[in-house]
Design a protein around this ligand. Structure first.
Ligand SMILES: [Zn+2]
Length: 293
C-alpha cells in the first residue's frame, strides 16, 4: 500500500485542476449536483481525468467532493451514496491506468455542526466515515479532505478518515484575506490550522480554492514557517468574475507558471488547481517542474 514517504520520494507532484468548472463546460442538463455525472455520463468524467493526466497530473481526484450522504441528501440522493462514490473511483482508476494515483476527494458536509448548527459532531463523524470507507474500499490511494472553511469540521473529517483506515490523509482549507491576515470563515489562521492538523495526524496539509494564486502562496509561506509537514496548494485561477452572464476566472496558465516557480521556492510538495483552472494550467505547472528537476 502506498505511503506518504513513497509519495514524497518522487519529488514535487502535480495534482489535477478544477473538476466542478470542467463539468459545467459540458453544459449537461442532468449533472446537478455534479456527482451525478458519475452515473449519467461516465465517459465525460473520464475525458476530464484523461486531459489532466495528459497534462502531467501525477495524482487525480475523484469527483466525490459533495459525495457524503448529508450533502447528497440536499438533492435527495443520499441513498445513492455508495453507488455515486464507487462509480467515481472506478472511472478515475480506469483513466489513471496505474499512471497516476487516485485521491478520494471529500468536501464539507454543507450542514452546520454544533454549536453553530443542529448537526452533532458524532453524526458528522459518522457521515464522513461512511463516505471515506466507500472510497477506500473502491480503491483510492489516498484521501484528500478539501475546501474546509472550519478547522473543527476538518478535524472531524480527518479523525473519520483515520478511523476508516486511510493510510494517507491530506487536509486543505480555504482562506480569505482580511485585516487580520488570512483566515478561514471560522477565523482560523493557516499556522494554527496546520499545527492542529499535524497534532491530529494529517499526512499533509495546505490550502485550496480561495482568492487565487497570490493569497495561497502566502498561506503556504505561513504554514511552512511553523511546521515541517508536507504542503499541497491548489488555488483558484483568481476570483470568479461575472462577464456577459458567464463566470470567468482570469489567472492564466502563464501566471500559473510563475506561481509554480514561487511554490517550488517555498518548498511546497504538491501543486494543483481549483476552480477555473484547466489542463492548460496543469500543463504550464508541469513544464516548470520538468525544467527545475
Ligand atoms: Zn475552488
Amino acid at each position: 500500500m502506498l505511503t506518504i514517504n513513497e509519495l514524497l520520494s518522487k519529488g514535487i507532484l502535480l495534482f489535477d485542476g478544477a473538476m466542478g468548472t470542467s463539468i459545467q463546460k459540458f453544459n449537461l442538463p442532468d449533472v446537478d449536483p455534479p456527482e451525478l455525472i458519475n452515473l449519467n455520463h461516465p465517459d465525460k468524467l473520464k475525458e476530464i481525468h484523461l486531459k489532466y493526466i495528459e497534462a502531467g497530473s501525477n495524482i487525480i481526484e475523484t469527483n466525490t467532493f459533495g459525495g457524503s450522504r448529508l450533502r447528497l441528501n440536499l438533492s435527495e440522493l443520499g441513498d445513492k451514496v455508495k453507488e455515486i462514490n464507487t462509480a467515481a473511483v472506478r472511472i478515475a482508476k480506469e483513466a489513471a491506468k496505474g499512471k497516476a494515483y487516485v485521491a478520494g476527494s471529500v468536501g464539507p458536509l454543507g450542514v452546520l455542526i454544533e454549536p453553530y448548527g443542529e448537526l452533532s459532531s458524532e453524526e458528522a463523524f459518522n457521515t464522513y466515515k461512511e463516505q471515506i470507507e466507500i472510497l477506500l474500499e473502491a480503491g483510492v490511494d489516498l484521501i484528500l479532505i478539501e475546501t474546509m472553511i472550519s478547522l473543527d469540521e476538518a478535524l472531524i473529517a480527518l479523525n473519520a478518515a483515520k478511523e476508516a483506515g486511510s493510510k494517507i490523509t491530506g487536509v486543505t482549507l480555504t482562506f480569505d484575506s482580511g485585516a487580520l491576515g488570512l483566515r478561514t470563515s471560522f477565523g482560523e489562521s493557516p499556522s494554527d490550522a496546520i499545527l492542529k492538523l499535524k497534532e491530529s495526524g494529517a499526512d499533509f496539509v495546505g490550502s485550496n480554492c480561495g482568492h487565487g494564486l497570490t493569497d495561497i502562496l502566502l498561506a503556504a509561506e505561513e504554514m511552512k514557517k511553523v511546521c515541517d509537514l508536507p504542503i499541497l496548494i491548489q488555488p483558484n485561477a483568481g476570483l470568479p468574475e461575472f462577464i456577459d452572464g458567464n463566470i470567468v476566472y482570469n489567472e492564466s496558465p502563464e501566471m500559473f507558471m510563475k506561481f509554480t516557480q514561487r511554490a517550488i521556492s517555498l518548498g511546497v510538495n504538491f501543486i494543483g488547481g481549483c476552480c477555473g483552472t484547466t489542463d492548460l494550467h496543469i500543463k504550464a505547472a508541469n513544464s516548470v517542474l520538468r525544467k527545475s528537476s
